[in-house]
Design a protein around this ligand. Structure first.
Ligand SMILES: Nc1ncnc2c1ncn2[C@@H]1O[C@H](COP(=O)(O)OP(=O)(O)OP(=O)(O)O)[C@@H](O)[C@H]1O
Ligand SMILES: [Mg+2]
Length: 471
C-alpha cells in the first residue's frame, strides 16, 4: 500500500476546511440528496461526501456505509485531493499498487472500484471528494463522470450556502443586538428628554413666580394704602351722610313748605330717591372695598410666602379647620343638595411645615373643588356633588393629600394654564385666578413637595398635594 503524499498547500487547505465549520456536524438532507443521486446515477452501492482532515476522512453524507470516518492513511480520497483538477478513478483496487494491500480493499468494505470528484472551493482548495464506490471492479462512462463532477460542484455550493447562512445568522443576531441597544438608548434619551422638559417647565414656573412675586408685592403695596384709607373713611362717610340725611328729614318735618327755590331744587335732585339710594351706594362701596382688600391680601400672601416659622403640624386638624370655614359653602342650596365630604384619612405622622400657608392651599383646592361640583350640578345634572379627601404615605418620607371632586374635570384646552397666575375660567368677579398659582408656590417652592392633578372629562379631578414629612 502506498500512502498519499500531502498536498503542497496542505496548511492552507486545512484552514480552508476549518472555515466551513462542517466537520462532525449532523447529517443534512441537502448533502444526503446528492450522495443518493450519485449512487443512483453511477449504480454503485456506496456513495460518500468525504472531507479530508489532518488525520482522518470524515463523511458528511454516506450511502451504503456504516463507518462515519476512517484514518487518513487508508483514505482513497487522500489520493484524490492531491490532483484537484482531475477525478481519481480506480477501476480495480486489487490491480492498483497504491491500494492493493489497503485494509479497506482486502477487508470490509472490500473496495474494488472507486471514482472520486474532488470538492474544490472557489479559492482552489480540495477539501475532499464526492465519490462512488463498488465492491466489484468496473468502469464509468463519460456522462456519468461528468454527472459526478457536476454533483461535486453542488456539494461545494451547499458548503458555501451553509457558510453564508451562518454569516447571515450572525449578522442578524448582531443587528438584533444593535437594534436592542438602540432601543435602550432611545428609551433612555426619551426619559432624559422628558426629565429636561419637566425641569424646563418647573424653571419657567418658578421664574414666572419669582418675577411675578416682585410685581405683585409692589402692586399690592401700592393698592393697600389707598384702599385702607378709603375703607377707614367709609364708616365716617357713612355716619356723616346719615347725619346729613337726618338733618334733611328734620328740615322736611319742621318746614314742610319751603320757599319756591328750595322746592324746585328738591324736585331737580329728586330728594326722595336720593334718600333711598345713598345708603345703598355706600354699602356697595363697602362691599367693593372689602373685596379689594381680600384681593390685596391674597396678593400679599402670594408675594410674601417666606413669613412665619415651620412647625410640626397635624394635617388632619388643618383640613378639618378649613372644612369648618367652608361649611357654609357645603350646605344645600335651592339649586343643589349638600356637598358630600368623604374623608379617608390614613395613618400619617405630623409634618414639619408652614401651617398658615398649607391652610391656604387646602382652602384654594377645596374651594376649586366646590366650584367644580357646583358647576357640574348645573351643567350636567350631577345628582350628588361630592369631594373625597384622602391622606396617605405614598412614598417614603412624603405624605400625600388627595382631594378629588366629581365635577366636570378640567378641559384639555386650559390644562396647561391652570397654574398660571391670574388664569381663571370663572365668571368675572368670582375668581382671581391666583388660587392654584399660590398653592403651587407654597407646595413646590416653599415645601419642596409636588402639586399635580389627574382629571377626566365628566369624571372629576383629583389634586395631589405631596409634601416631605421633614425637610
Ligand atoms: N377641581 C377643579 N375642577 C375643574 N377645574 C378646576 C379645578 N381646579 C381648578 N380648576 C381650573 O383652574 C382654574 C384656575 O384655578 P385657580 O384656583 O388658580 O383660580 P380660580 O379658582 O379661577 O380663582 P381663585 O383665585 O379665586 O382661586 C380655574 O379657573 C378652573 O378653570
Ligand atoms: Mg380657585
Amino acid at each position: 500500500m502506498k500512502q498519499a503524499p500531502l498536498p503542497t498547500n496542505e496548511y492552507q487547505r486545512l484552514k480552508a476546511l476549518e472555515r466551513y465549520q462542517i466537520l462532525d456536524t449532523d447529517p443534512e438532507s441537502a448533502f444526503d440528496d446528492l450522495t443518493a443521486l450519485v449512487a443512483y446515477i453511477c449504480g454503485t452501492p456506496i456513495a460518500l461526501v468525504s472531507l479530508v482532515d489532518e488525520h482522518r476522512q470524515w463523511f458528511k453524507s454516506r450511502v451504503g456505509l456504516e463507518a462515519i470516518e476512517t484514518s487518513r492513511e487508508l483514505a482513497f480520497c487522500a489520493h484524490a485531493i492531491c490532483q484537484p483538477d482531475k477525478m481519481l478513478i480506480v477501476p480495480n483496487a486489487l490491480e492498483d499498487e497504491r491500494f492493493a494491500t489497503n485494509p479497506l480493499v482486502i477487508g470490509a468494505p472490500n473496495i474494488r472500484f472507486y471514482a472520486g470528484a474532488p470538492l474544490i472551493t472557489p479559492d482552489g482548495f480540495a477539501l475532499g471528494t464526492l465519490c462512488a464506490i463498488d465492491h466489484e471492479p468496473r468502469e464509468l462512462n463519460a456522462e456519468k463522470i461528468a454527472a459526478l463532477q457536476a454533483l461535486s460542484r453542488q456539494v461545494i455550493s451547499q458548503l458555501e450556502l451553509r457558510i453564508n447562512i451562518t454569516k447571515l445568522k450572525k449578522n442578524i443576531s448582531k443587528r438584533v443586538q444593535v437594534e436592542q441597544n438602540l432601543r435602550g438608548t432611545n428609551q433612555r434619551l426619551t426619559q432624559v428628554l422628558n426629565k429636561l422638559r419637566q425641569t424646563q417647565v418647573q424653571l419657567i414656573q418658578s421664574e414666572k413666580m419669582s418675577s411675578l412675586g416682585h410685581l405683585v408685592a409692589g402692586i399690592a403695596h401700592e393698592i393697600n394704602n389707598p384702599v385702607n384709607f378709603i375703607y377707614a373713611n367709609l364708616s365716617h362717610l357713612n355716619s356723616y351722610v346719615n347725619d346729613l340725611l337726618n338733618l334733611l328729614t328734620l328740615y322736611q318735618k319742621h318746614y314742610p313748605n319751603p320757599n319756591a327755590e328750595i322746592q324746585s331744587q328738591a324736585q331737580i335732585v329728586d330728594v326722595n330717591f336720593l334718600l333711598e339710594d345713598l345708603p345703598k351706594i355706600l354699602s356697595s362701596m363697602k362691599i367693593g372695598t372689602e373685596r379689594i382688600q381680600e384681593i390685596v391680601l391674597s396678593l400679599r400672601n402670594f408675594s410674601r410666602l417666606g413669613e412665619s416659622e415651620k412647625k410640626l403640624v397635624d394635617l388632619h386638624e388643618k383640613i378639618e379647620n378649613t372644612l369648618l370655614i367652608l361649611r357654609h359653602r357645603l350646605k344645600a342650596t335651592a339649586k343643589r343638595p349638600d356637598i358630600l365630604i368623604i374623608k379617608e384619612y390614613g395613618d400619617i405622622p405630623q409634618v414639619e411645615c408652614y401651617a398658615a400657608q398649607l391652610n391656604q392651599v387646602f382652602m384654594n383646592i377645596l374651594s376649586n373643588a366646590i366650584d367644580a361640583v357646583e358647576e357640574s350640578v348645573i351643567k350636567t345634572q350631577n345628582p350628588q356633588p361630592k369631594i373625597r379627601i384622602r391622606t396617605e404615605i405614598y412614598r417614603p418620607n412624603y405624605v400625600v393629600m388627595k382631594i378629588a371632586d366629581n365635577g366636570a374635570g378640567i378641559p384639555e384646552a386650559i390644562q396647561a394654564r391652570i397654574f398660571d397666575p391670574f388664569f381663571t375660567s370663572k365668571p368675572v368677579g368670582k375668581g382671581t385666578g391666583l388660587g392654584l398659582s399660590i398653592s403651587y408656590q407654597i407646595v413646590v417652592n416653599k415645601h419642596g413637595g409636588t402639586l399635580k392633578y389627574k382629571t377626566k372629562p365628566d369624571n372629576g379631578t383629583e389634586f395631589w398635594i405631596e409634601i416631605p414629612i421633614k425637610k
